[in-house]
Design a protein around this ligand. Structure first.
Ligand code: GSH
Length: 337
């Protein structure tokens, strides 16, 4: 009897300390004074370093928004470049606080590697070919050789698409985006395939980008979003709501340019979003003005999209389905209440 109680107590203590140890990411980031963010090894518009090691991009800005929210300083981020294949392990081991690396939300990743905090970019897989190949549709690719990257959903979708259309293909897979696009440019394969946003990014590396064309077919759903470790709900909430408030800020017309003006607004939704009313920041373990910090230092969702990948950027991608639900798109965030 006594032994059973002792055993029960020990089990309880162990499971309690494990929960406590796992639910420490927010505290860890605050104590460290910086956020460790897993990104790609270099993908224009999403996460790429310049010669001086300054990172920019859509996924980078999401990490900067998190740092603005938690540390009141968007520059306090250490970026860890990760290949597609090796991106999940550092999240599990605690080497990174968040994975913000054009990662598709799938069932098996959600179960095996961590929680997806939302969808920052709704994407889909496409194909890039040389115009000289005189192909107008992916359905004309029977027998093609195709360059793709290892450890991605890309490889899996490719197999599905060719099988369901009774077509043959040969895949040539590489470990990095650079190797893959270089192999395509060198003529080692007829086709380059990845998420369409990444086709736009990688196309910039080709010496004669105009000699290549993106085919019209989108063969998969690639909802891209940031990931956190399993078992830390507090941090999961912080990351999730950082995305939601960036979307809500855009929806309510609050941007980096007018946020000071918006602080004087008498619109209840804006007042709650900006922490003038309620204690929403505090509920997350942050400060009252956490959203003001994000919007001032990084911008709302629309500003981040346009700056990094939008029609005015080098990539020149139109918002498409990533428009807000109020503008005909599918980006929709729950309310701050
Ligand atoms: N969204 C897909 C593909 C992600 C992916 O890794 N794409 C490559 C193709 S361009 C990439 O980003 N490479 C950059 C790198 O390896 O650093 C996934 O989650 O599996």
């Amino acid at each position: 009897m006594t032994r059973a109680i002792l055993l029960l107590g020990a089990t309880f203590a162990l499971s309690f300390s494990m929960t406590a140890a796992q639910a420490q990411t927010l505290k860890g980031v605050k104590d460290r004074g910086s956020l460790i963010c897993g990104v790609s090894q270099g993908l224009a518009g999403f996460s790429s370093p310049d010669d001086k090691g300054n990172w920019t991009g859509f996924d980078v800005d999401f990490c900067r928004a998190l740092a603005a929210a938690v540390l009141n300083d968007a520059t306090k981020v250490k970026f860890t470049p990760l290949s597609a294949k090796d991106r999940f392990e550092p999240l599990k081991t605690g080497d990174i606080d968040v994975l913000s690396r054009n990662t598709t939300w799938t069932l098996s990743r959600d179960v095996s590697y961590g929680n997806f905090a939302g969808v920052t970019y709704y994407d889909g897989q496409g194909f890039l070919v040389r115009k000289a190949l005189k192909v107008n549709s992916a359905l004309e690719l029977n027998g093609a050789s195709i360059c793709a990257q290892t450890g991605t959903t890309t490889e899996l979708n490719l197999a599905d698409y060719f099988r369901s259309n009774n077509m043959k293909y040969e895949v040539i897979a590489f470990g990095t985006a650079d190797e893959t696009i270089k192999a395509y440019e060198a003529g080692r394969c007829d086709v380059f395939t990845t998420d369409v946003s990444q086709l736009y990014a990688e196309k910039l590396k080709l010496s004669n980008a105009n000699d290549h064309v993106i085919l019209p077919e989108i063969i998969s759903k690639e909802p891209l979003g940031p990931m956190v470790r399993h078992g830390d709900d507090q941090w999961f909430d912080v990351v999730k709501w950082t995305l939601f408030v960036m979307l809500n800020a855009e929806e309510l017309g609050v941007s980096s340019k007018n946020v000071d003006e918006a602080l004087k607004s008498n619109q209840p939704e804006i007042r709650r979003l900006l922490g003038i009313e309620g204690n929403f920041g505090e509920q997350l373990g942050l400060s009252k003005d956490w959203v003001v910090r994000i919007v001032k230092q990084v911008g709302n969702y629309g500003e981040v999209f346009e700056r990094n990948v939008g029609t005015g950027s080098k990539l020149g991608i139109s918002r498409g389905i990533n428009r807000l639900w109020t503008k005909g798109g599918i980006q929709y965030a729950p309310p701050v209440r």
